[in-house]
Design a protein around this ligand. Structure first.
Ligand SMILES: CC(=O)N[C@H](C=O)[C@@H](O)[C@H](O)[C@H](O)COP(=O)(O)O
Length: 230
């Protein structure tokens, strides 16, 4: 898939992230694959998937849907954990991901390799590289390092303390100003259709929504909380 083909497939559209962390009741490749097919049926223009030990998820989803697949692995939950090494990026591409998403923050990477090494490995494998960043400077650096798409996935995740409740629309605006021709992905805490639409207005090419669509545990907890203490 070329960058142009991917951009044409996702421009102005919704991408759904189908993931479940360790210990989650949906942490099952078959369950997540069904979730991906349901999301595709609902209008997802691409599926983002993978996670801890997520290579089998990427392979299964890629075989089950007709839309592009953005794959990743996760290793832990602190520091650089999304497709943290060049070897992990190669494994995700080999599993059939059209696009490999990886951490492109300025934090130290476990294998000590630069982001450009991930970009090169992914391109050598015939896939595209989506850079997950937390700031404008990281996004600009990732684009220079060869990213085909820059995603706001890690906004709010590199500072001490928990991320805020809402998405970082300011980062979307700043990235669009700095990178007028780039494929900018709004991702992280887009919990309502209105917020997803606001991301496009802020300049995003497309929007990734995960939790609010694919985590029934999170959705149920919001309804339960609205009804008051048990
Ligand atoms: C920070 C991190 O680990 N983000 C992960 C990246 O793949 C996923 O856990 C998120 O679900 C995804 O980014 C979509 O975001 P949200 O679930 O907020 O719609």
């Amino acid at each position: 898939m070329t960058p142009e083909t991917f951009a044409a497939a996702v421009a102005g559209r919704l991408i759904v992230s189908c993931q479940a962390g360790e210990g989650h009741p949906l942490r099952d490749t078959a369950a997540l694959t069904r979730m991906a097919r349901a999301a595709e049926g609902g209008g997802a223009a691409a599926i983002r998937c993978g996670g801890v030990g997520g290579v089998p998820d990427v392979a299964a989803v890629a075989a089950a849907v007709d839309v592009p697949v953005i794959g990743l692995t996760k290793d832990g939950t602190g520091g650089v954990f999304i497709t943290p090494t060049v070897a992990a990026a190669r494994a995700v591409a080999a599993a059939g991901a059209h696009v490999v998403a990886a951490d492109a923050t300025f934090r130290p990477r476990p294998d000590g390799r630069p982001v450009a090494a991930t970009a090169e490995a992914v391109h050598d494998a015939g896939a595209l590289f989506m850079a997950d960043v937390s700031s404008l400077d990281e996004g600009v650096a990732a684009a220079k390092a060869g990213a085909d798409a820059v995603a706001t996935t890690l906004a709010g995740h590199t500072l001490p303390g928990p991320p805020p409740d809402g998405p970082d629309l300011d980062l979307v605006r700043a990235l669009r100003d700095a990178l007028p021709d780039a494929l900018i992905v709004a991702e992280g805490r887009y919990h309502t259709p209105e917020l997803a639409a606001a991301a496009l207005e802020a300049g995003a090419t497309c929007v990734v929504v995960g939790t609010a669509i694919t985590d029934p545990q999170w959705i149920a907890s919001r309804f339960a909380a609205a009804l008051g203490p048990p």
